[in-house]
Each structure stands twice: as C-alpha cells, then as structure tokens.
Design a protein around this ligand. Structure first.
Ligand code: ASP
Ligand code: MG
Length: 252
C-alpha cells in the first residue's frame, strides 16, 4: 500500500493540479487502493490567516480578500472543468457560506480564538481535497473525499494539537477495508477527542498527516512529493549552488 502527499505549491493552480492528478492516475494503474494527502491550494492558509486577522480588527478589507480567495477557488474549479452538478455546487456553496458566516462572527465580536482560527484554516484543506477528488471522478478515476477530522483525534491544543494515537490508529485502520479507489485526504486537520471541534496539527502539518496515515495503515511506502527532488542543502530559490544531498541518516 502506498500513501502519497502533495503540498500547497504542487496544487496551487489548475495546471499543477492536473499534473499531480497525472502522477496519481499513473500510480493508480498498478495500485488500485491509494491514499493521497493534500495541503490547501498554495497560499490559501496564509490568506485565511490574513483575512481572519483583518476580520478580528473589524477591518472591512477582510471581505475583499475573502471574495478574492473564493474567486480563486471558483476559477480553479472552472479551469478543471468539473461538471457543475447540483450536489457539487451545493457542497461548494454551503462551504463558502459557512466560511463567510464564521468570519462575519469574528468581525462582529472582534476576536478570533485559536479554536476559531483552526476551524477557519480547515477550509483550505477541505476545499482542496474535495475539489481534487471530484476532478479525479470527472477523469474517470474512482475517488473518495476523506475529511481527516473524522479519523485524526487530538487533544485540545488548538493550533498545534497533539495526536491521540490509540483512537486515531483505530479509526484509520477501519479504512484498510475500503473499496479500491483514490482516497483523497485533507492534510493538516484533525478534531478534538472530547468535543469534536476542528484542530490543526501546526503549520506545514500535512506531511505529518501523511505519516500518521501511512503508519496506521502499515503502508509499504510514504511518498512526499514536492517541487525539488530529495533534500537540498538549502533553499534553491535563495542559494543558486544548492544541491541534492545524496544520502541522509534518519537523525540528520
Ligand atoms: N496548509 C497548511 C500550511 O500551510 C498545512 C501544510 O501545507 O502542510 O501550513
Ligand atoms: Mg509544506
């Protein structure tokens, strides 16, 4: 069994999403039960943080940025040419309304607790996994959208929640018997064991989500796909001479 993870920059626009799906479809030819973890579309998490901060100051500018974010997501949907079935449109609209409503609440009370922030940030991964899963359906790959909040149980340290492995592993193991297809999982998010409230695993947490799923499913391989091969000596955007480290130990 294989678990794959694609980060935000790999799914930042329709063109890149198509390329990611080509990679998935290629694997799917030989492996009919895939688990794929995705981050929010590139930049969306940062945008949601900025929008929340503005709303918490009751700065009406938050609405402009929110409209822009929703427009970006809708553009990705139309560029991917996902058929606008009534259930699909309804799901997307309900999701966008919920985001708009919670931000309106933040603006009204001029306060955003970490608990509220985690819920707001979860829109990023829930949108990307849902949309990519539906796109795969349109190119005739059977794919199920999986909201990781149902599986990854955590404590209530909102913003950097600690995974409760006993329950989490049990929940994820139940997925092993799933029918074949591409299971498209939201990275980064979980839910509080006691209250079921949305939690996040800390910035960049989607790699961790993928590792949690891979371990619980006893996967043969976890593939973390990113913009560069392997691990480089430094950020290649900043250091021209950066090169791939040929071999690394676990502690390195
Ligand atoms: N979207 C989240 C973040 O930007 C999680 C991730 O990308 O891994 O931090
Ligand atoms: Mg990342």
């Amino acid at each position: 069994m294989l678990v794959m993870k694609f980060g935000g920059s790999s799914v930042s626009d329709a063109e890149r999403i198509r390329r990611v799906c080509d990679i998935i479809i290629n694997k799917y030819k030989t492996d009919k039960s895939l688990f794929v973890v995705v981050s929010a579309f590139g930049g969306i998490t940062d945008d949601l943080i900025e929008i929340t901060n503005l709303a918490a100051e009751n700065n009406p500018g938050y609405l402009l940025l929110l409209d822009r974010l929703i427009e970006r997501i809708n553009n990705i949907i139309s560029e991917l040419a996902i058929p606008q079935s009534s259930t699909f449109v309804q799901e997307i609209e309900e999701n966008q309304d919920a985001l708009r409503n919670v931000l309106f609440g933040v603006a009204l009370i001029q306060e955003a607790s970490q608990k509220t922030r985690d819920y707001i940030l979860s829109f990023g991964e829930r949108n990307s996994a849902f949309i990519i899963s539906r796109y795969l359906n349109t190119v005739e790959v059977s794919s199920t959208y999986i909201d990781a909040r149902k599986y990854i149980k955590t404590d209530n340290t909102f913003g950097a929640a600690v995974v409760q492995f006993e329950q989490t592993n049990k929940n994820i193991e139940s997925l092993r018997s799933l029918k074949s297809g591409v299971n498209m999982i939201t990275g980064f998010i979980g839910s509080d064991m006691m209250s079921d409230r949305t939690t996040t695993l800390g910035r960049g947490g989607s790699d961790y989500t993928a590792a949690i799923f891979a371990a619980a499913l006893n996967a043969d391989v976890l593939e973390i796909w990113t913009d560069v091969s392997g691990v480089l000596t430094s950020d290649p955007r900043k250091v021209k001479k950066a090169y791939t480290i040929p071999e690394m130990t676990y502690s390195e």
